[in-house]
Ligand binder design. Structure first.
Ligand SMILES: [Zn+2]
Length: 414
């Protein structure tokens, strides 16, 4: 059995993992209503447990995952194809941007279409180890969909709390997986609080990001795969779409584990990309503020990144700063423009919250935060099929025509 402890991100206290624990019991007393989660816990593997070389099987295999992840053993992972996504060399985007060492990590290819499947796989595996019968989550959409998918794979009940305004495709997808769907007439932040109360009342395990320590831990597999696929080279920069700050903290954790194992020289610089209309973490990074300022009016076409107070802001700010990274802010127009540009240059169709990575990279280049010769990885976190209406705002689908060559010629003539 793998030996690990929970380590408080703020006060450094350690706790055993023999029972489910969410945040640091000591630091949670500093919790401010509507603020980032205080006392978020990291998962720390015991020193003798750390792998000292790349495991022989691919990291996506259960055996290799178990070597880096806090589970009793490979048998804890039920069959679910999360992770193992390709790192694409994207030659046409390289040429367009003048970046010969650019790569794209295509996480749209996860089972439910987003990076969140990585965390849901681990959280549901832990729920089963702890003996829970139901797992719940609040989410802007993708995390709940991922939980529903993982629950379907494992055969465990899931209850998901989502703003009723989430893109319909996500609501239909999570209901199709068989989750009990609670569409909340309110914000993500309200859905979050409701899910916490419901878990306490009904005895469910809570998968909420920045509350459940295994969400950061599960997402680290994306970093492990990037490092493995680039080895023996190391990435210089990873560009990460950022909402609550959990994916970027997971990426940081994965690289940090590899540095600790002696498998990577350093954590790459992490670029947090946020919408201008939901940008608390990037603003704090740009201003040098110690803490984020919540943005109660946050609202963006990148629905997956829309949060008033990023829950994992404390940990994310610490990790991004430690990496030498930075934050950039992207306008709504630039987010929408990036969807067809990314698709046409790379064949990866992304939702607004994922296509933002391309727009963010271009801003980082223009601001001199990233150099064109660096080895840069764009993390593309969710498929465009989750939000077709947003993508449709930037492309023109011609009106139906009669089946004649004249009609084809008319379309070719524009
Ligand atoms: Zn603490």
């Amino acid at each position: 059995m793998t030996d690990f402890t929970f380590l408080c991100n703020e006060c450094g206290a350690r706790y055993p993992e023999d029972r489910a624990l969410y945040v640091c019991p000591s630091c949670t007393s500093q919790q401010v209503p509507g603020g980032p989660t205080r006392g978020v816990l990291r998962v720390e593997l015991a020193e003798p447990e750390l792998p000292r070389r790349w495991p022989a099987p691919p990291l996506s295999s259960p055996d290799a995952l178990a070597a880096f992840l806090p589970v009793h053993g490979p048998e804890s992972f039920f069959s679910f194809a999360a992770g193992g996504t390709p790192l694409l060399p994207v030659p046409r985007l390289r040429e367009a941007l003048g970046m010969p060492r650019l790569f794209l990590k295509d996480d749209t290819r996860n089972p439910s279409g987003s990076t969140k499947d990585r965390a849901s796989h681990l959280v549901v595996a832990k729920a089963i180890e702890y003996g829970y019968e139901t797992v719940a989550a609040a989410s802007t959409g993708n995390a709940a969909t991922a939980l529903a998918a993982a629950g379907a794979a494992a055969g465990i009940r899931t209850v998901v709390f989502v703003p009723a305004t989430a893109p319909p495709a996500k609501l239909v997808q999570m209901a199709s997986y068989g989750a009990t769907l609670v569409p909340v007439a309110g914000t993500y932040d309200q859905a979050f609080e409701l899910s916490v109360e419901a878990c306490a009342r009904f005895g469910w395990y809570n998968r909420n990001t920045a509350l459940n320590p295994f969400t950061v831990e599960g997402k680290k597999t994306a970093a492990l795969e990037i490092a493995r696929d680039l080895a023996p080279e190391a990435p210089d920069v990873v560009v990460v779409p950022t909402g609550d700050g959990v994916i970027i903290a997971g990426i940081a954790k994965g690289f940090a584990d590899l540095v600790r194992c002696g498998l990577l020289p350093r954590v790459p610089r992490l670029v947090a990309v946020q919408p201008e209309r939901s940008g608390a973490i990037a603003r704090a990074l740009r201003s040098g503020a110690a803490e984020i300022t919540p943005e109660p009016d946050a609202g963006s076409v990148a629905d997956s990144l829309t949060v008033a107070a990023p829950r994992n802001a404390v940990m994310a700010l610490k990790d991004i700063r430690a990496s030498g990274g930075c934050g950039v802010l992207v306008s709504e127009e630039a987010i929408l423009d990036a969807i067809p540009r990314l698709a046409a240059a790379t064949a990866v169709f992304a939702e607004p919250a994922a296509a933002i990575a391309l727009a963010g990279l271009e801003i980082a280049l223009a601001e001199g935060l990233v150099s064109r010769g660096e080895r840069v990885v764009l993390l593309v976190t969710g498929t465009g099929l989750k939000d077709v209406p947003s993508a449709a705002r930037r492309v023109k689908v011609p009106a139906p025509v009669s089946p004649t060559l004249e009609a084809v010629e008319a379309i070719l003539a524009g």
